[in-house]
Design a protein around this ligand. Structure first.
Ligand SMILES: C[S@@+](CC[C@H](N)C(=O)[O-])C[C@H]1O[C@@H](n2cnc3c(N)ncnc32)[C@H](O)[C@@H]1O
Length: 223
């Protein structure tokens, strides 16, 4: 199986562990500031409608809805995760959908006119331009895509390429390793441009002098 396909399969296997890790606050960088960083970036735009792509067990939608009262849709390829999201928040809509299916037909089942489309640690594959392009087609004219991802580190230190997350921080638990595609900041700029997006703002949430993540707010070029 290629790395792109294996990404989706691995999340299915990790669904129970992942739900517990998120809901019990077991991921230190999230507690240190990345949860609040994306929540704030979304809430400050005052969205009426939010789409969360790769929503997992749905914490971000629950948090944004709690803060802003917006309506929301989440999509995720792992059925166990979208089911957990649905069970925790029957008022909003959570669909099991693979990114490939969404990119092929972004109109299926999710509606349009989203003020914000979020990708919180949910872009793991190499060829993400078609997915981002499809997402952009669901935005309002003033809408934005907000991506939070691992901080790429100092410029020039690493090359783009596939890596493996082995969840060693949860040693002793049964996690499936997950392949993910690392890209340098320059490569983020290129792939966003390929998807027809301009970077409106870049944030680097930090704690104790350490970069926690890279947060990119972008919108369709010439909008
Ligand atoms: C690290 S989790 C993040 C979940 C959530 N955004 C959060 O902040 O907790 C990545 C999520 O992306 C989803 N995902 C990854 N690749 C996918 C794909 N190709 N199609 C659909 N979902 C995918 C996984 O199922 C998983 O729920």
């Amino acid at each position: 199986m290629n790395d792109e396909r294996q990404v989706g399969r691995s999340w299915d296997r990790n669904a129970g562990n992942w739900t517990r890790a998120v809901r019990d606050g077991l991921i230190p960088s999230r507690r240190a500031g990345t949860d609040e960083a994306i929540l704030q970036a979304i809430a400050e735009r005052g969205p009426k409608r939010l789409l969360d792509v790769g929503c997992g067990e749905g914490w971000l939608i629950r948090a944004v809805v709690g803060r802003t009262g917006c309506a929301a849709v989440g999509i995720d390829g792992a059925e166990a995760l979208s089911a957990a999201a649905r069970a925790a928040d029957p008022a909003n809509s959570y669909l099991t959908m693979d990114y490939d299916a969404f990119a092929a037909d972004p109109s299926i089942g999710i509606g349009a006119d989203f003020d914000v489309i979020a990708f919180n640690y949910s872009l793991f594959t190499k060829d993400i331009a078609p997915l981002l392009q499809a997402a952009a087609s669901r935005l309002t004219p003033e809408g934005a895509i907000i991506i939070q991802t691992l901080h790429p580190g100092p410029v020039g230190e690493e090359q783009d390429g596939w890596r493996v997350e082995d969840f060693s921080v949860f040693a002793g638990e049964d996690w499936a390793a997950i392949p993910w595609y690392f890209r340098r900041l320059e490569s983020w700029c290129v792939v966003l441009r390929d998807a027809g997006l301009d970077i409106c703002e870049r944030r680097e949430p930090a704690a104790d002098g350490r970069m926690l993540s890279l947060l990119i707010i972008c919108a369709p070029i010439a909008c």
